[in-house]
Every structure is written in C-alpha cells, then in structure tokens.
Design a binder for this molecule. Structure first.
Ligand code: HEM
Length: 195
C-alpha cells in the first residue's frame, strides 16, 4: 500500500487544480479580478466547509486530538469574524460532502483537506498583506498561516489513527475528493455573472 499522504496528494491534485480555477477561488492572487465581493464569496464557501467538518468531528470522540490540531473552534471563529466585518453576520451556506462522522477514513480525509488549505493560506495571507488590501479583514488567513506549522504533528497523528482503525485508503481519497467537489459546487452557486 502506498503512503497515505502521497496517495492523497497525488489523487486530489486534479480536484485542487479545478478548485483553484473556479470563481471565486480563481480571483485570489489576481489583482485584476479580485474584489471585496469575490473575497467575501471565497470566505463564505470556506466557512461552510469548516463548519461542516468541525461539526462532523465533534460527533466522533476518537478524533478529539485531531480536532485539537486543526484548532477547529479558533478557525471557525476567525472566519465568522471576518465575514461579520464584511457585512455577513451569520454565514450559512449549504455544504454536504456525504461524510460519515463514525468513519475514520472520512475523518482523516476531512482533516487532510482542512490542514492542506493552510498551505495555500500562507501564500494568500502574504499576498493580502503585500497588496493594498488593508481594508479587508484577514483573521482567517492569518490564523490558517500559523496552523500550517502543525502539518507534521497532524500527519503523525492522522497516520496513527489511520493504522489503528485500518482505514480504507481508497475511501479516504474518495472522501477528500468529495470535499473538494462540494467546495467547487459551492463556488458554482456564486457565479461572477450576478455581480
Ligand atoms: C485559491 C486559493 C488556493 C491556492 C493559491 C492554493 C495553493 C496551494 C499550494 C501552493 C499548495 C502546495 C503547498 C506545497 O506543496 O508546499 C497547496 C496545497 C494544498 N491545498 Fe491549496 N490553495 C488554495 C486553496 C485551497 C483550498 C480552498 C483548499 C481546501 C479547503 C486547499 C487544500 C489544499 C490541500 C489539501 C493541499 C495539499 C497538501 C499536501 O498534500 O501537500 N487549497 N495549495
């Protein structure tokens, strides 16, 4: 069996690429198409993802230390705070990737996509600081940037859980892709045309 994280990285690469190419994600790092509206849409979709995963993890006591590594409460708080400042007081977007909270393959997949998003966040936070966007709240990206430092401990913990629960690696990959697909579906619901 191939290494879990190599497998995840390799088999979600196409989904990640598709996500990055979809509005509003495709406006990040692009001053010509980026706007307060696209930034707000981006955070709304991510808020629905984080809220969904945080809720699933809460339902499974065996993911407690994984949840602590993900800093799920602080992450949700940071994104809700940004959205509040952007005029969206209670973000509630539909998100359902069909994950089962009692399935460890699904929980590892969810934690992987969550932690992986901190990789891009480092670049994005830097970009938001470099450019003239100081009118935009960036608690979420600042938080995710620091979360990126937990990548190694996260991999160790997730690997241990994966072994203890003899997870199905193909299911883990499928669930990670299901999360990417639901993020893309959320993006599809806010097209640039209605602006
Ligand atoms: C649109 C903005 C985004 C950009 C520019 C971006 C950029 C990146 C980059 C550069 C990496 C590679 C880091 C490395 O290998 O050192 C990465 C990895 C990753 N990103 Fe993103 N990303 C974005 C959005 C997202 C979102 C929204 C998610 C999920 C919610 C996500 C999930 C992941 C995952 C799971 C990895 C793989 C980590 C690994 O296996 O090494 N990304 N991203």
């Amino acid at each position: 069996m191939t290494d879990l994280f190599s497998d995840l990285k390799q088999h979600t690469a196409a989904s990640h690429q598709a996500l990055e190419s979809t509005f509003p994600f495709n406006t990040m790092l692009k001053p010509e198409s980026f706007s307060t509206q696209s930034y707000t849409d981006n955070l709304m979709i991510l808020a629905s993802f984080h809220q969904y995963v945080a809720q699933k993890m809460k339902q499974n006591p065996q993911t407690k230390d994984l949840e602590a590594l993900l800093q799920s409460c602080a992450t949700v708080e940071a994104i809700v705070r940004d959205l509040d400042q952007l005029g969206i007081p209670s973000p509630a977007q539909h998100f359902d990737a069909g994950l089962a909270s009692d399935n460890m393959a699904d929980m590892v997949a969810a934690a992987y996509v969550w932690m992986g998003s901190s990789m891009g966040a480092k670049i994005l936070h830097h970009w938001l600081q470099q450019n003239d966007y100081d009118h935009l709240p960036t608690h979420y990206y600042a938080h995710m940037r620091t979360l990126g430092r937990q990548w190694r401990p996260f991999m160790e913990r997730a690997q241990t859980l994966a072994e203890q629960h003899s997870i199905s690696q193909p299911r883990c990959v499928d669930s990670a892709n299901a999360l990417f697909n639901e993020l893309i579906a959320g993006a599809g619901r806010c097209t640039p045309h209605d602006r």
